[in-house]
Design a binder for this molecule. Sequence first.
Ligand code: ADP
Ligand code: MG
Length: 349
Amino acid sequence: MIEDKNEQRTSLGDLGEFGLIDHLTKHFEITQKSTVKGIGDDAAVLDFKSKQVVVTTDLLVEHVHFDLSYMPLKHLGYKAIMVNLSDVYAMNATATQVTISIAVSNRFPLEAVEELYTGFEAAAKIYDVDIVGGDTTSSTTGLIISVTAIGEVSKNDVVYRSGAKPNDLLVVTGDLGAAYMGFQVLQREKEVFKVNPNNQPDLDMYTYIVERQLKPEARKDIVKLLKDLKVKPTSMIDISDGLSSEIIHLCKQSDVGAELYENKIPLDPQVISTCEEFNMDSTTIALNGGEDYELLMTISQEDFPKIKGNPNFTVIGYMTEKERGMHLVTRGETLVPLIAKGWNALKDQ
Ligand code: ADP
Ligand code: MG
């Protein structure tokens, strides 16, 4: 579906491992004060002075986490960084460095790896993080990407999953379910394309949801906004697996219960119309779809006036005593227990 724009195919074998690393990384710039030494030695050297350091890693495996038949390599590189930065921001921290490790088979020419790096670099530049290292090796099967992100946060600002209290408000940023519906559209187009390769997809109606799947953005802006508004969430997590399982994580780690209001869940109109088209329930998609990379947090009621009316935040419920359990309050005002159903579970249906 996505045409290979790279006519030229330079074999990775011709370059060798060191030639490849050098070719891909020699022009990387360092902008963070905390980076003392980036790529080029046995290890990077970082100096965070009195700040606390957060570290997080994700592994992306071809055919498990991504499908190159509709995921352009540039977008994949970008997304691999976003997935990690989202975890840093969920700690209320600032992302400062990443390391990138790739295992690549020789079915990929140099030009393909360059595309992937264009995505890594674009993300690093836009989100202001230094690429300070990584590892490069060969793979006999698919492409594997592992990104580690490093960030800094002062001791008083760090937010864990464990601080929610009964009566705290449950707040989410942005809207939910779009990445999953984008995935549905891309999967359908892939099947159509298999039957008739001349059939070019018309994705105009689905621009927002497809972009949310292919080019997600991590919510760096929210960390700054919370600081500006002088709101420190009592707990926070990023939404990678779906609202339901993230609420359950916050509840379990904070020892509280929660009530989530179905009619408060923020949905983009494209999600609603695409759900109708696919005969899917938009609440189920928001609860279980995953890959939204929004932030889910709890804030104390006192802080409500500070976020009230801000379009970045939606209050979707509140935390309760643990004994009350974890429920969705439906539009018909019935209580339905929340269950964890991750992204993979849905994907396999
Ligand atoms: P070593 O043999 O110590 O593992 P390498 O030759 O693999 O060292 O790496 C040399 C330098 O290049 C190191 O600074 C390493 O972090 C960096 N590096 C290696 N692979 C990558 C990559 N895929 N992306 C970014 N930096 C890399
Ligand atoms: Mg190495």
